[in-house]
Design a protein around this ligand. Structure first.
Ligand code: PLI
Length: 467
């Protein structure tokens, strides 16, 4: 059993949550078209839909809010954020955005165009959607192990350099405006990239004149894994490793709603002054002036304070340990989970849990709905629904990983809550034969369909044979 040391915080303010009956949840999930994303949050007992923007802020962050300077132009709070990013991530140019996808949209508009190609380590739905909207084709060049849920590879976020090299040869460096690398890799289950691999990716890309941009939303969690697993880094602080991860890259797009311990916000960090000017010009049109980017001054203060807290070793140790505790409970009970456990989430292998549900009936989505009905716990599908359709052929993509992701918000839930989650998942797993039907679309939105899709049970009234 993994250790579970006392959390390095105590609770100063509470928010009531309520348990509901199974009958209530069955009504709620039907009304939500069998998509947990469309539930009302008050109908959810333990919400592991995402770790994004769901963090509990510290007393210091709440007091930082009061220092927010709400000047339209040149607010003091912008310079506080800029300083925090420069200090901890090392990028000289900082452009605030309302959240990560705002930055993705802007960078994609600045760099990409029809006929271009973007290699990356697996994909994230919003990132790839903006790349495709701007005419680019995304290429997954992650190591093969990332697609294998049971592989114990310590850095499943690593790029396969041979795949990257082959792509450059195939389409030509001129057709690759950038490499897009994430730390950690969300869709693989929160898996880290090593400093050595990221540095090698940058060397290879730079040798062909291609810049590398990092999705650093969870780079602090990545840095923690580097400290634990990558030879030569054990004695370094997480703050030093974060610098080392960012150092070879040309910039970063960051959602501050993850590592940043904030409830909203993001930023783009860049080294190149000309590109920074172009990004600021786009931000002006789509986000807000370049010194607030769609955020209030108080949001920028909360993020700056959150960045400082995020690299605290006690914080990051405790955060990752809570995720690991959940993973260990599930693994010990025989639930098939993605190994090693990720930084922000535990992913249940839905294809292995529900082998009797065809992939075309979305086992991950079905398992998410079942977990909600059985335990009042909300997770999110990370499989065929999230992968969407190939924009060129219109065909459904079928990723190797068909998962139910349980993302743990930072500093929000206690061990009892996590135990309730584990007990609920174990119960669903033990009673998996009762899930007799998968789901089919009754409404399929054209982009990022997992957020707003509605479903119906493929085999009748319910996904459960006995109801
Ligand atoms: O939700 P945003 O727009 O602040 O950030 C988009 C985004 C970009 N990159 C990565 C790796 C993400 O995980 C991400 C958002 N993730 C969400 C919402 C999640 O539930 O994982």
């Amino acid at each position: 059993m993994t250790t579970y040391e006392p959390e390095p915080w105590r609770i100063k303010m509470v928010e009531p949550i309520r348990a509901t009956t199974r009958a209530h949840r069955e009504r709620a999930i039907r009304a939500a078209g069998w998509n947990p994303c469309l539930l009302r949050a008050e109908d959810v007992h333990i919400d592991l839909f995402t770790d994004s923007g769901t963090n509990a802020m510290s007393d210091r962050q709440w007091s930082a809010l009061m220092r927010g300077d709400e000047a339209y132009a040149g607010a003091r709070s912008f310079y506080v954020l800029e300083q925090a990013v420069r200090e901890h991530y090392g990028y000289p140019h900082v452009v605030p955005v309302h959240q990560g996808r705002g930055g993705e949209a802007i960078l994609s508009r600045c760099l990409l165009g029809p006929g271009t190609h973007v290699p990356g380590n697996m994909y994230f739905p919003t990132t790839r959607a903006h790349q495709e909207l701007n005419g680019a084709t995304f290429h997954d060049v992650i190591v093969d192990e990332a697609h294998d849920p049971v592989s114990e590879h310590p850095f499943k976020g690593d790029v396969d350099l041979d795949k990257l090299r082959a792509l450059v040869e195939e389409v030509g460096a001129d057709a690759i405006p950038c490499v897009s690398v994430a730390a950690t890799v969300n869709m693989a289950g929160g898996q880290p990239i090593s400093v050595g691999n990221l540095t090698a990716v940058c060397e290879l890309a730079h040798a062909h004149g291609i810049p590398v941009f990092l999705d650093a939303a969870r780079a602090v969690e990545n840095a923690w894994f580097v400290k634990q697993r990558e030879p030569g880094w054990g004695d370094k602080s997480v703050a030093e490793i974060l610098h080392a991860l960012c150092a070879p890259t040309d910039g970063a797009v960051v959602s501050a709603k993850k590592d940043g311990l904030a409830n909203i916000g993001g930023w783009v960090g860049l080294r190149d002054a000309d590109l920074a000017d172009r990004v600021r010009a786009e931000a002006l049109l789509y986000e807000g002036l370049h010194t607030y980017g769609g955020m209030a001054g108080r949001d920028m203060e909360a993020i700056a304070q959150g960045i400082a807290e995020s690299v605290d070793e006690e914080h990051i140790r405790s955060r990752v340990a809570q995720v690991e505790y959940l993973g260990a409970r599930l693994r010990n009970a025989g639930v098939p989970v993605v190994r090693p456990f990720g930084g922000h989430c535990v992913c249940v292998d839905a294809a292995a849990t529900l082998p009797h549900i065809p992939r075309g009936q979305f086992p991950g989505q079905t398992l998410a709905a079942a977990l909600y009905v059985v335990g009042g716990v909300r997770g999110v599908e990370r499989g065929g629904v999230s992968a969407g359709r190939d924009p060129r052929t219109g065909d459904n993509r079928t990723p190797a990983l068909e998962l139910l992701r349980l993302a743990v918000p930072r500093r929000v839930y206690t061990r009892c809550h996590i135990d309730h989650v584990a007990d609920s998942v174990i119960k669903v797993h033990q009673e998996r034969e009762e899930i007799t039907s998968g789901l089919v679309f009754s409404h399929e939105p054209p982009v990022l369909r997992f957020f707003q899709a509605r479903f119906a049970p493929a085999g009748g009234e319910s996904i459960f044979g006995r109801s």
